[in-house]
Design a protein around this ligand. Structure first.
Ligand code: NDP
Length: 481
C-alpha cells in the first residue's frame, strides 16, 4: 500500500493527526493507496512555511525563479511515462490520453509561466508633462489554489505555475479523489530545487482542508476550479474577508452544428468534444444542436462513431473510454440518465453501466450515451452532468439556436460548426460563453483569457490574466512640475 504525504516547508510529511483516507483505482474499483486526511493544523503549518518563504522568494530575481520553474517543467517531461501511468490509475482515464494531453500540458503550464514572467511588464501613464504614473505589480503573499479531479496535474499546475512565477508562496489542495500526481509532483519540486515553503501541498477532504485554506486569514487570494456549488460556498467565506477570488466553475456547453458545415469534421470532432475523458472535461459540449436539414445525417454518423468507441482497460492502447472517476460519480451520472428517461428522452446510444471482465469487473464504466427528444429547458438540458452523456436536438433558425444555447445558468464554452464565416462570427458574438470555438474544439493557446461567464465563474486564467490575478497593482504618481 502506498502512503501519500503532504509537502510542507520543503519536506514530505504525514498528516499531523496521523489519519489517512482510502484512495481508489476507479478502473478496478479497489483501494490502492492512502491519502493524508489532513486538517486545519496541516494548513496552518503550510501557511507558516509559506509566510516565512515569501520574502526571499518574492525578492529573488525573476530570472532565478524562472530557471527553477524551467527545471520543474523539464522534470515533468522527463517523467512523462510514470506520471501518465499514475494519472491513469488514479483517475480512470485512458493512459494514451494522459500521455498525450494531461502530462505534456502540465509541463507546458510550468514552462509557459517560467518564461511569461520574464516578459511581464508593468504600465506607465504620463500626464502630459505634469506628472507620471507607474504601476508596480507586487506578488500578493500567501495564496490558496484548489483544484478538481478531472484533469488532476493539468489543472493543478495551471494554477500554481503563475502564482509561484509571480513571486507568491502557495498552499495548494488537489482533489482528494485524484491526489497521486500532485504527490509525485512534490517530489519533482524537491529535485528541481524549489526553496522550502514556496509550494506547500496539503492533501485531504474539501470541506476540511479546502475550507481551512479558504477561511485562513493569512491566505489573501484563492484560485479555485471545481463545481459551481463549491465555488459559491468558497465565495461566501472569502468575499467578506475581501480575498481576491478566481473561480473556474461548471459548464453546460452548446455545440451548434449548421447545415453548411464540413459534416465529417463536425462529427469526428463532436465525438471528442462529447466523450473525451469520459465527458469529464468542463469544456465538453454536452448539448448538441443540429440544423434540421442535416439532423438525420449528423445523428446517423455520430451514433455510428460512438458505437465504435472501445470501453475498456485504461492501460490498453486501443481503449477510447476508460472509467469514470468514482463509484459516487458513476451513480450520479446513471441517475442523470434515468432522469432524462423520466423527462421523456430517448436513449439512441449507450445508457448503461458496463461491467468488464476479470479484475476490471468492479470498475466504474459507463457507455457513451446520446439522448434525443428532450426540450431545451428540461433539467437534463440545464444541469451539468459531467460524464459521458450528451443530448442532441434539431433547430430551424439562428435565433432559435441562440435562445437554446444561452438558456442555461452556465456560460463556459461553446462550439460553432459552419463554413459561413460571417455567420460564425455573428453567432459567436451573441453567445453568452467565455470561450467560443469555431470549427474546432479544445484548441488552446495558453496566452488567451480562459474562463466562463454567469455561473461558470468569475475572472480569467491564462496568459497575463493569471499574472494580473496573482499580483496586486500599486500606482505610484510622481508630480514633475
Ligand atoms: P468540487 O467542487 O467538488 O471540488 C473541487 C475542489 O474543491 C476539490 O479539491 C475539492 O476537494 C474542493 N472542495 C470541496 N468542498 C470544498 C469546500 N467546502 N471548500 C473548499 N474546497 C472544497 O468539483 P469536482 O472535483 O467534482 O470537479 C468537477 C467540477 O469542476 C465540475 O463542475 C466541472 O465543470 C468543474 N471544472 C471546471 C473547470 C473550469 O475551468 N471552469 C475545469 C475543470 C472542472 P475534494 O475533492 O477533496 O472534495
Amino acid at each position: 500500500m502506498i502512503y501519500l504525504e503532504n509537502y510542507i516547508d520543503g519536506e514530505l510529511q504525514p498528516p499531523i493527526n496521523g489519519r489517512f483516507l482510502d484512495n481508489y483505482n476507479p478502473s478496478k474499483g479497489v483501494v490502492y493507496s492512502q491519502i493524508p486526511d489532513s486538517d486545519k493544523a496541516d494548513v496552518q503549518a503550510a501557511v507558516v512555511a509559506a509566510k516565512s518563504a515569501f520574502k526571499s522568494w518574492s525578492e529573488k530575481p525573476k530570472e532565478e525563479r524562472s530557471k527553477i520553474l524551467v527545471r520543474l517543467a523539464d522534470l515533468i517531461a522527463e517523467n512523462l511515462e510514470s506520471l501518465a501511468a499514475a494519472e491513469s490509475i488514479d483517475n480512470g482515464k485512458p493512459l494514451s490520453l494522459a500521455k498525450k494531453v494531461d502530462i505534456p500540458r502540465a509541463a507546458s503550464n510550468i514552462g509557459f509561466y517560467a518564461t511569461a514572467i520574464l516578459h511581464y511588464a508593468s504600465e506607465s501613464h504620463s500626464m502630459e508633462g505634469a506628472g507620471i504614473n507607474y504601476t508596480l505589480r507586487k506578488p500578493i503573499g500567501v495564496v490558496g489554489c484548489i483544484s478538481p479531479w478531472n484533469l488532476p496535474l493539468y489543472l493543478f499546475t495551471w494554477k500554481i505555475a503563475p502564482a509561484i512565477a509571480a513571486g507568491n508562496c502557495v498552499v495548494a489542495k488537489p482533489s482528494e479523489i485524484t491526489p497521486m500526481t500532485a504527490y509525485l509532483f512534490s517530489k519533482l519540486c524537491l529535485q528541481a530545487g524549489l526553496p522550502p515553503g514556496v509550494l506547500n501541498i496539503v492533501h485531504g477532504l474539501g470541506p476540511k482542508v479546502g475550507a481551512a485554506i479558504t477561511e485562513h486569514p493569512e491566505i489573501t487570494a484563492i484560485s479555485f476550479t471545481g463545481g459551481t456549488q463549491t465555488g459559491a460556498t468558497i465565495a461566501k467565506v472569502a468575499a467578506p474577508m475581501f480575498k481576491k477570488l478566481s473561480l473556474e466553475l461548471g459548464g453546460k456547453n452548446p455545440n451548434i452544428i449548421f447545415a453548411d458545415c464540413d459534416l465529417d469534421k463536425a462529427i469526428s470532432t463532436s465525438v471528442h468534444s462529447s466523450f473525451a475523458n469520459q465527458g469529464q472535461i468542463c469544456l465538453c459540449g454536452s448539448r448538441i444542436f443540429v440544423e434540421e436539414p442535416i439532423y438525420e445525417a449528423f445523428k446517423k454518423g455520430f451514433v455510428e462513431k460512438i458505437k465504435q468507441l472501445k470501453i475498456g482497460d485504461p492501460f490498453d492502447p486501443k481503449t477510447n473510454q476508460g472509467a469514470v472517476v468514482s463509484e459516487d460519480h458513476m451513480k450520479k451520472v446513471l441517475a442523470c440518465i434515468d432522469l432524462a428517461k423520466e423527462e421523456g428522452g430517448t436513449i439512441i446510444a449507450g445508457g448503461n453501466r458496463v461491467v468488464l471482465e476479470g479484475d476490471l469487473a468492479d470498475g466504474y464504466y459507463i457507455e457513451p450515451t446520446i439522448i434525443e427528444g428532450l426540450p431545451f429547458d428540461c433539467r437534463t438540458n440545464q444541469e451539468e452532468i459531467f460524464g459521458p452523456v450528451v443530448t442532441i436536438a434539431p433547430f430551424k433558425t439562428e435565433e432559435e439556436v441562440i435562445k437554446y444555447a444561452n438558456s442555461t445558468l452556465y456560460g463556459l464554452a461553446s462550439c460553432i460548426w459552419t463554413e459561413n464565416l460571417t455567420k460564425a462570427h455573428r453567432l459567436a458574438a451573441s453567445l453568452e460563453t467565455g470561450i467560443v470555438w469555431i470549427n474546432c474544439w479544445l484548441v488552446r493557446d495558453l496566452r488567451t483569457p480562459f474562463g466562463g461567464v454567469k455561473n461558470s465563474g468569475v475572472g480569467r486564467e491564462g496568459g497575463f490574466e493569471a499574472l494580473h490575478f496573482f499580483t496586486e497593482p500599486q500606482n505610484i504618481c510622481v508630480k514633475i512640475q
